[in-house]
Design a protein around this ligand. Structure first.
Ligand code: NAD
Length: 411
């Protein structure tokens, strides 16, 4: 049976809540979304047929501020996934010190099967039919199946409906429509900033060996950051296979190879690895940046890294984390390691609200300050509570949410 992601999120909520001594009534409030919109979008297709699509938007919790983030267009989307993603965004915003709640939404559709015209009409209809939206309520961003192009259509539709400009109402839009510099690189760069800060505690320095699973948006950017800072990125994989060079891979040349061939396979001067063996390679830092549950009870004992940085969402299972901890391997959890994208999304809203647009260097500098502050808050709680960084990050988030829920008089 497929794992239910919402049940997984609730399990972590209850465990971290118990460790932090969170009021049971706060846990009850955080166990369900504030609002769920479940609506249909009838669409005339190019060939004249009528298709009826199912769309969702979940405002999970807005105690810390307006909800925001991802809109997923995927054929296997379901409501429990949207609820879980909305909940994780709530936690991620709290961990990242972002004054926002968590939202998520999407449409059950395979965007690759739509024409450009159909995709644009469907995206605009999603915004038209979304009951509550805007810079102070809910700010849809991009996720799987959406991109700068869909976000620009969403913004244009929203502004047409309202009759005024409001760039802060939609996230992940192109710079030409009021988007922010640095949004494409935010998550991968944040992964690097957190790792660089963590290394101070492990006596690891530039020159340390890094292995990265996944060479997409996040993995490729992180790889470039590590290489530029003098680390040796010795192995990288994608969905097909991995490449390995103990002397360090040339990331620029690898990017060109992937742009030309689609995969890392066949990169000159490198050995070949499987996606299983890359995780078991001798290295200092392992960065899973592809999919969930890749480090699990079956292979955790074979991991030889000193530090695992969860760039992907949920790459280390709870059973694996126990084995890693017994082997003295530290895991920097996803809600902290990959919250750089969420942080820069909040910068995008600030810039849209103020009409004061920052340059690339300013965005990165503020991202670095913010994510390092979150890392240090997490480490401090982990020490105080004698717990893992994962539980510490959740404890900090739950304490912030609990304070806001109580101050608002919800309980
Ligand atoms: P992407 O689609 O751009 O890249 C994914 C990479 O993983 C590709 O290289 C792909 O070939 C590889 N891959 C896919 N399936 C694989 C498999 N079964 N085994 C090994 N490799 C596989 O995605 P992305 O935007 O880089 O996101 C990567 C991860 O980071 C995802 O878990 C995503 O949820 C998470 N994440 C992304 C962002 C963001 O801003 N993009 C933010 C937070 C979290």
């Amino acid at each position: 049976m497929k794992d239910n992601p919402f049940e997984t999120a609730l399990t972590t909520l209850h465990e971290a809540g118990a460790l932090a001594g969170i009021d049971p009534d706060v846990i009850r409030i955080l166990s369900r979304p504030k609002r769920i919109f479940d609506f249909m979008i009838p669409l005339k297709m190019d060939d004249g047929r009528l298709e009826i699509f199912t769309a969702y938007r979940v405002h999970y919790n807005d105690a810390l501020g307006q909800v925001k983030n991802g809109t997923r267009f995927a054929p296997d989307l379901d409501l429990d996934t949207v609820k879980a993603l909305g909940f994780w965004m709530t936690i991620k915003h709290a961990v990242g010190g972002i004054p926002a709640g968590g939202g998520k939404g999407g449409i059950i559709v395979d965007p690759a099967k739509l024409s450009d015209n159909e995709l644009e009409k469907l995206t605009r209809a999603f915004i038209r039919k979304l009951p509550l939206k805007g810079a102070w309520v809910d700010i849809p961003g991009a996720d799987i199946g959406t991109s700068g192009r869909t976000q620009a259509w969403m913004l244009d539709e929203y502004e047409e409906i309202m009759g005024f400009h409001s760039p802060a109402a939609i996230n992940d839009k192109p710079v030409a429509t009021g988007g922010t510099y640095g949004s494409a690189e935010a998550t991968g760069t944040g992964v690097f900033f957190v790792t660089e800060e963590a290394l101070k505690s492990y006596n690891l320095k530039p020159g340390a060996k890094v292995v990265i699973q996944g060479f997409g948006n996040v993995g490729a950017v992180a790889a470039r950051c590590f290489k530029n800072a003098g680390f040796k990125v010795i192995a990288i994989s994608d969905i097909k296979s991995g490449v390995h060079n103990p002397a360090g891979l040339d990331i620029e040349a690898l990017s060109k190879h992937v742009a030309a061939t689609g995969f890392v396979e066949g990169f000159a001067g490198s050995g070949v690895l499987t996606n299983k063996s890359i995780l078991e390679l001798e290295c200092d830092i392992l960065v899973p940046a592809a999919i969930q549950s890749v480090i699990n009870a079956d292979n955790a004992a074979e991991v030889k890294a000193r530090l695992i940085v969860e760039a992907a969402n949920g790459p280390v299972t709870p059973e694996a984390e126990k084995i890693l901890s017994a082997n003295n391997i530290t895991v920097i959890p996803d809600v902290l390691a990959n919250c750089g994208g969420a942080i820069v999304c909040s910068f995008e809203r600030i810039q849209g609200l103020t009409d004061d647009y920052w340059d690339y260097e300013t965005v990165l500098k503020r991202l670095q300050e913010r994510i390092i502050r979150s890392y240090n808050e997490t480490v401090s709680t982990a020490k105080d509570k004698r717990t893992s960084l994962r539980y510490a990050a959740w404890i900090n988030a739950l304490n912030k949410l609990s304070a806001a829920i109580k101050a608002r008089g919800w309980i």
